[in-house]
Design a binder for this molecule. Structure first.
Ligand code: SAM
Length: 230
């Protein structure tokens, strides 16, 4: 089985430090990482194929978070259940849609799913619609795109390499991925359920301050400029 915590899907009943984190399934002797100190929530790591999510995780969850395989951009193992071995993008996408449908079914109403995805290029050079397919899979599963952020990755040596690649093939250097947030239900209720979050340095912010969700009120003038521009 792929060594992933159900694609990092958040699981219910994570427990407290007294109720130590468990790792379920996977190879025997797999390590358990105890993150908890007093007052912190400890995760329960469930190892398995996310296609089997209904059997792996009982009940509903408050958040789903994943950075899934980008098809075969990176191959993680030779396990046939590892989606990076799917064989073709079409086969990958079919399995990926099942996983998203299962994950959204597990998600409580009025909650969020956070997904990190990036464009990928097929072996024939064309860009595969991985980001679009991710959004469509969530929409089909009953969750809508709520936030779309660009994750700017470090340039590294890209500025040195970009010119040669662009001149030879017109491929543009890529230095970003996407962080997509989906909502199942009512985002305001979701924010209330999540409660106060740390916003900035040491500053607690709550939904009751009414700043982050104002653009849901419907008046176009309420929409932040940055959202309009995307
Ligand atoms: C892009 S990596 C993300 C890893 C980790 N979340 C991170 O950000 O470092 C994708 C992960 O999905 C795992 N994976 C592949 N197929 C899987 C499947 N069918 N079920 C669960 N996890 C799978 C891979 O083993 C890999 O660890």
């Amino acid at each position: 089985m792929p060594d992933a915590a159900v694609w990092d899907a958040a699981v219910p009943g994570q427990g407290t430090p007294e109720n130590a984190p468990k790792r379920v399934g996977g190879q025997s002797g797999a390590s358990v990482q105890a993150l908890g100190t007093a007052g912190q929530v400890c995760p329960t790591w469930v190892v398995g194929d996310s296609r089997n999510l209904p059997d792996l995780v009982a009940g509903e969850v408050d958040l789903v978070f994943s950075c899934p395989p980008y098809a075969d951009l990176e191959v993680y193992s030779n396990d046939p259940a590892d989606l990076s071995n799917a064989g073709s993008y079409v086969e990958f996408a079919a399995a990926y849609r099942i996983i998203i449908a299962n994950a959204v079914a597990k998600l409580r109403d009025n909650r969020f799913a956070v997904w990190v995805v990036g464009d990928i290029r097929g072996k024939d050079g064309r860009v595969l619609p991985f980001v679009t397919d991710s959004i469509q899979a969530f929409e089909d599963a009953g969750a809508y795109l709520y936030n779309a952020a660009v994750y700017v990755t470090p340039c590294g040596s890209l500025p040195l390499r970009a010119r040669k690649a662009f001149e030879a093939t017109r491929k543009m250097g890529k230095t970003h991925q996407h962080v997509l947030v989906f909502c199942k239900g009512d985002a305001r209720k979701g924010a209330e359920a999540v409660g106060n979050v740390q916003f900035g340095v040491g500053e607690a912010s709550g939904a009751d301050e009414g700043t982050t969700l104002d653009y849901l009120d419907g008046a176009p003038d309420d929409a932040p400029d940055a959202s309009d521009a995307t």
